[in-house]
Design a protein around this ligand. Structure first.
Ligand code: FAD
Length: 296
């Protein structure tokens, strides 16, 4: 099923997982998926490390298993900077063979260890190419606080419009910790004529170092309330985890109440945290028909 269909019926809940590091062994992901299954996500997306086609395998294998073994739609991420058309075609062919209909089309971050192929400059080029190759549902990334390489918000939103015009069916945001950025972003999208569903990407804090590293990579800003929480509990892992769960629940409650199209939880392969959050917010998600019925 194409994930865009879910948005017609309900507020969507989706998860993101990443393939385990080589030292951990691929099978560890199945413990994570076992823990996420009962939370009834509409889909689970699987990241793809920067670099070339040697990284295909794990992402595709996990996305296929999510669909085949867990009965949940699987989405494969595909960053294109270091791929050529033949490699993307091979990826799409494998997707078709494995029954993966949904892709998150990305440019990818520049990484000094990997040479860009110079074929796909922007994610919009990849979206156009995928749409020319078959009947795939294509998701795009977006940035409530603007992408770090953009000169300004106007340029960023114009580029996002190009991606949607190229065929992106829905969008997932970069993580953010202040919902006001998301609401302002929604308004900019509406003004620019970007009318596809936008899922809010929420990352619960479980580890101070990890979140500060993520934030330095993606440029999301930290509200004072959030920084205070990290400072206070950085040496108390359990307290920080619980405070991080409470913070994410607060963000999601507000977003769902305001009618967000969907929540995409960056699970960091941590089912315990996802379970706690879902227990707290599951009853809030609404169907489109009645608005009274729980959607999860
Ligand atoms: P683009 O849409 O190409 O945008 C990148 C920059 O180029 C922006 O500044 C944009 O304004 C500009 N731009 C876009 N189009 C044009 C144009 N036509 N002309 C001029 N400028 C343009 N990375 C991974 O490597 N693997 C993953 O699995 C992964 N998953 C992600 C999941 C989500 C939900 C998100 C939000 C990000 C993810 N990323 C992942 C990170 C992503 O690859 C980076 O943020 C990357 O820097 C930009 O990717 P993009 O697809 O948004 O690029």
């Amino acid at each position: 099923m194409k994930t865009r269909e879910f948005f017609k019926k309900k507020q969507v809940l989706s998860f993101e997982v990443f393939p385990p590091k080589r030292t951990a062994g691929i099978e560890t992901i199945y413990t994570t998926l076992d823990g996420l299954k009962g939370l009834n996500p509409d889909f689970i997306s699987v990241t793809y490390g920067a670099g070339g086609s040697e990284n295909f395998g794990a992402t595709l294998e996990i996305a296929a298993s999510i669909k085949r073994d867990y009965g949940i739609e699987g989405v494969a991420h595909l960053p294109c900077l270091c791929l050529d058309q033949q490699e993307v075609s091979d990826f799409l062919r494998r997707c078709s063979e494995l029954g993966i209909e949904n892709l998150l089309a990305l440019r990818g971050d520049r990484n000094p260890s990997y040479e860009p192929k110079g074929v796909f400059q922007h994610a919009s080029d990849l979206v156009t190419f995928i749409k020319s190759q078959g009947d795939f549902n294509v998701i795009g990334a977006c940035y409530p606080e603007g992408h770090s390489e953009s000169q300004n918000m106007v340029e960023d939103i114009q580029n996002l419009k190009r991606k949607v015009d190229a065929g992106a069916d829905e969008l997932i945001t970069q993580l953010f910790f202040d919902n006001r950025y998301f609401y302002e972003f929604q308004e900019r999208c509406a003004l620019a004529g970007i009318n596809v569903p936008i899922e809010a990407g929420i990352m619960p804090v479980v580890n101070a170092k990890q979140i500060l590293r993520m934030v330095s990579l993606c440029g999301s800003s930290l509200p004072p309330k959030f920084s205070k929480m990290i400072q206070r509990y950085e040496d108390q892992p359990e307290a920080l985890r619980d405070a991080g769960i409470a913070y994410a629940v607060d963000q999601i409650t507000d977003l769902v109440t305001q009618g967000v199209d969907g929540i995409h939880l960056y699970t960091m392969n941590n089912p315990y945290v996802a379970q706690k959050i879902c227990q707290a917010v599951a009853s809030l998600f609404q169907t489109k028909e009645g608005d009274h019925e729980n959607a999860l």
